[in-house]
Design a binder for this molecule. Structure first.
Ligand SMILES: [Zn+2]
Length: 232
C-alpha cells in the first residue's frame, strides 16, 4: 500500500502514524463506484494485518466535533458529522480523509492517548484543535504540555490564497496566502503544546504523490491519514 509513515512516532512512541499516497484514492463520498472504493479501503485495512481489529472513520463536515472512542467491537465504525477522533485504546486505528486540509496528529505518550483531526480553514477558525486538546486533557488525564503534535501533509501557504471572508477569521484582511499549518501550530502553542512538528510536504505542489482538492479544481481523490496504537 503506497504510504508515507511518520517513522519518528513509531520509534519514539510505538505509534502507527502516516498517510496514504497516490494512486490509492480513498474518498468515500465521491462519485466513484462504491465497490471499488470499499475494495481499496479493505486493502488499506489489511495492510495493517491484525494489529488493528477496529477502524474508525467519519463523514467529515468541517466542524469542530472530536469523538472519543472507548473500547470498540471488531470491524468498522463510520460516524456522521465528525472531524476528529481520539482514544486511549490499543488496536483502534483512527482515520481522516484529506486532500489539502491538514491532518493533525496528537499524542500523550505517557498516557497512551491519541487523537487525529481533519482541519481546513473552517475547522481551524472555529477551534477544532482546542476542542481536541480539551478532550485529550480530560479523557487522557493529561496536561497540554504532555501532548505532542504533528501537522501532516496538506496545502502550504504559497499555494493557498484565500479571500477576505476567510482572512478575517484569522485576524487578517484582504486576500492573503494562508499557511494553515503555521496557524495551527500557533494555536497549539497558545494552548500550551510545546512539542510541535510540521511536514515539509505540500499536497498542491506534490501532485505526483498527493491529492489536492484545490490544484485539481475539486477533481482529485482523497488520501487517508491514520493514527493508532497497535495491539501489543
Ligand atoms: Zn504549496
Amino acid at each position: 500500500m503506497p504510504r508515507l509513515e511518520l517513522l519518528e512516532w513509531a520509534n519514539r512512541y510505538g505509534l502507527v502514524a502516516g498517510i496514504t499516497t497516490r494512486p490509492l484514492s480513498l474518498g468515500l463520498w465521491s462519485d466513484e463506484p462504491v465497490g471499488q472504493v470499499i475494495g481499496r479501503w479493505r486493502a488499506f485495512r489489511s495492510a495493517f494485518g491484525d494489529r488493528f481489529p477496529s477502524l474508525v472513520l467519519a463523514h467529515q463536515v468541517h466542524g469542530t466535533d472530536v469523538h472519543w472512542h472507548d473500547p470498540l467491537p471488531e470491524g468498522w465504525l463510520i460516524l456522521d458529522g465528525s472531524d476528529g477522533h481520539a482514544t486511549a485504546e490499543r488496536g483502534v486505528l483512527l482515520t481522516v480523509t484529506v486532500a489539502d486540509c491538514i491532518p493533525i496528529y496528537l499524542a500523550v505518550p505517557q498516557k497512551g492517548a491519541i487523537a487525529l483531526v481533519h482541519a481546513g480553514w473552517r475547522g481551524a477558525a472555529d477551534g477544532i484543535l482546542e476542542q481536541c486538546v480539551e478532550l485529550l486533557k480530560w479523557r487522557g488525564l493529561a496536561k497540554a504540555s504532555d501532548i505532542v503534535m504533528h501537522c501532516g501533509i496538506g496545502i502550504c501557504g504559497s499555494c493557498y490564497e484565500v479571500g477576505s471572508e476567510v482572512a478575517v477569521r484569522f485576524g487578517m484582511s484582504g486576500t492573503v496566502q494562508l499557511d494553515l499549518r503555521a496557524m495551527l501550530a500557533r494555536q497549539a502553542r497558545a494552548l500550551g503544546i510545546n512539542d510541535i512538528t510540521i511536514s515539509p510536504w505540500c499536497s498542491a505542489e506534490g501532485r505526483d504523490r498527493f491529492y489536492s482538492h484545490r490544484a485539481s479544481q475539486g477533481r482529485d481523490g482523497r488520501m487517508v491519514a491514520y493514527l493508532g496504537r497497535p495491539l501489543g
